[in-house]
Ligand binder design. Structure first.
Ligand SMILES: [Zn+2]
Length: 247
């Protein structure tokens, strides 16, 4: 029995492919919800050991890359306020070849364990990289299989979803999150991924100049395709009846 008056902790589960997906694509949103005490679990399918960038000047090779990128990701998680980081230990650039049903089962197990209110992953067609599309497809299947009442959203790139019609979506399918107050955390996460961003001069400009390169908003596609048209500015606001699991 639970006699406390505290509202239950909100939980977010993000399932991505590579170290840096979380920071580069939706770092502002993760930092925003972490600052609102949302409990965040990040899953990275791979350790990004096939990344083309080796640092600037190069300080990594294929052997040292996985461990370095894991460390850089942990540091990015600290910058964003992500409390828990898990790896699926799939080799970078091979997620599309992983056994789909066992990958889906592993992610479904995680969903049962975490019991998230919000799940973030890639869109299986709009992911832009085979690893992204594959992890998105498996996570979507796992979410559907789990039967949870939480909400599933697909991360999107830059401000592409300012014009969702181009992708066959409408405005009510798009969540628009204001991350203006969290751009410094996002910048710190970019800098944490040093082997990937060392060559990007703008990242290392003085903070106020560097953050000017970020958009004010991050956009997410609703997997439920706009069943309501309100509250499109908060991933936790879509009315879902009583939150939690069916069982
Ligand atoms: Zn990626």
């Amino acid at each position: 029995m639970n006699n406390t008056n505290k509202s239950p902790l909100k939980k977010l589960l993000a399932v991505f492919a590579h170290p840096d997906d979380e920071s580069f694509i939706c770092g502002g949103t993760l930092a925003k919800y972490a600052s609102e005490r949302v409990d965040i679990t990040l899953v990275s399918a791979t350790r990004g050991e096939m990344g083309r960038r080796m640092g600037n000047p190069p300080y990594l090779n294929r052997e040292s890359m996985a461990a370095a990128r894991e460390m850089e990701l942990r540091s990015a998680c600290d910058s964003l306020g992500i409390q828990r980081l898990l790896f699926l230990d799939i080799r970078d650039k091979t997620v599309e070849f992983a056994d789909e049903s066992s990958l889906t089962s592993r992610i479904a197990d995680l969903i049962y364990e975490v019991k998230p209110d919000v799940v973030l992953t890639f869109h299986e067609k709009l992911g832009g990289h085979p690893d992204h599309c594959a992890i998105g497809k498996a996570t979507t299947a796992a979410f559907q299989r789990s039967g949870i009442r939480g909400a599933l959203y697909f991360i999107t790139f830059g401000n592409a979803m300012e014009r969702p019609e181009r992708y066959g979506y409408s405005r009510k399918d798009v969540m628009k999150i204001d991350v203006h107050a969290h751009l410094e955390a996002k910048l710190a996460a970019f800098r944490a991924h040093r082997c990937q961003t060392g060559i990007d001069e703008w990242v290392w400009l003085p903070d106020h100049e560097a953050v000017a390169n970020f958009g004010r908003y991050e956009y997410f596609l609703r997997a439920d395709r706009g069943s309501s048209e309100e509250n499109l500015d908060d991933l936790f606001s879509i009315p879902l009846g009583s939150r939690g699991f069916l069982s």
